[in-house]
Design a binder for this molecule. Structure first.
Ligand code: CDT
Length: 308
């Protein structure tokens, strides 16, 4: 048994007017609850420190820099790092990253129990659009504010396990999971901000959208025999609803813990990393069963090519 007690630390809504210090105070409160339960790794959502700002249009992209972090840790997040280290708790959270040379990424980090940044990931699959789109019920401007991640899908050895990250929309892409799976990943942690309704399809509400969310997580977990921890920012942000459904999924693809609210909420589960072995050594023993000679299209083309 290689047991890791995991907390998915779902955050309720963060309004546009909320300051980072107030959000970090809420994150610390969840961390204290986790510490009382002897959690080893706490996972927070995508863009955990601010509202989901890509719904707001700034004509000048530079005006959106108020939502970005220029360094990590910084003054706002230092208390999180300090407290996690005191508790000997690893953590992961997402934030908007502005690099010293002016690149903007939707990023997440893995911080080890000694307080060091063990790994960084920059979101590869950016959903939405780059220009104002009045035809949509609301905006989703990730393609305006972020560049696609330039780090690939790395995994990191930490505390006796192999960990990977992805962010929100990445979970819908089997390529994400397989690239992580091919590196032996045992636990994938991810945060998400997913609108409860489809801005381009009236009638598609939370039931269908949560179904797609779980379908993606459960397939990714099963087909790569890995634990998955998926953590929402949920609730109504300035009139815009995001669904909850934070989940911990086992390597068989079963949901073993799920949030019940759209507010700040902790869900906890003991995850045995050795439970990933069976699937990795049998039906998903990639070395024995994959047929890469037939997979060229996966990396050789982007869009669909139909026959003549
Ligand atoms: N944050 C994020 O990636 N959200 C997307 C919404 C897709 S609709 C434009 C998601 O895949 O959940």
């Amino acid at each position: 048994m290689r047991n890791v007690r995991i907390a998915a630390a779902q955050l309720g809504p963060i309004q546009k007017a909320d300051r980072r210090q107030a959000v970090v105070a809420r994150m610390l409160d969840l961390m204290e609850q986790a510490a009382a339960l002897k959690v080893g790794l706490i996972v927070y959502p995508e863009l955990a420190l601010t509202t989901f700002f890509p719904r707001w249009y700034h004509e000048d992209v530079g005006d959106a820099d108020i939502w970005f972090e220029r360094e990590m840790p910084n003054a706002a997040t230092a208390p999180l790092f300090a407290r996690a280290k005191q508790h000997g708790m690893a953590m992961s959270f997402g934030y908007a990253e502005l690099t010293p040379d002016g690149h903007r990424f939707n990023a997440s980090i893995l911080v080890d129990k000694a307080g060091g940044i063990a790994g960084k990931y920059r979101k590869v699959h950016l959903p939405g659009h780059a220009e104002l789109d009045e035809a949509r019920a609301f905006q989703h401007l990730e393609k305006r504010y972020f560049e696609p991640g330039d780090l690939g899908f790395p995994v990191f050895r930490m505390h006796g396990g192999i960990y990977g990250m992805c962010i929100c929309n990445d979970r819908r892409w089997p390529e994400t999971w397989r690239v992580l799976g091919l590196q032996g990943v045992e636990m994938v942690v991810l945060g998400f901000n997913t609108p409860s309704v489809n801005s381009q399809k009236s009638g598609e509400g939370p039931e269908t959208r949560i179904f797609h969310h779980k379908l993606s997580l459960q397939a990714g977990a099963y087909q790569n025999s890995t634990w998955v921890v998926a953590v929402a920012k949920a609730g109504v942000e300035d009139g815009h609803p995001l669904f909850g459904a934070s989940c911990i999924v086992d390597p068989d693809g079963r949901i073993v813990a799920e949030s019940a609210t759209e507010a700040d909420e902790l869900i906890v589960h003991d995850c045995d990393l050795d439970a990933t072995r069976f699937g990795k050594e049998t039906i998903f023993d990639f070395k024995r069963h994959r047929r890469v000679e037939h997979y060229g299209r996966i990396t050789g083309q982007v869009g669909v090519e139909v026959p003549e």
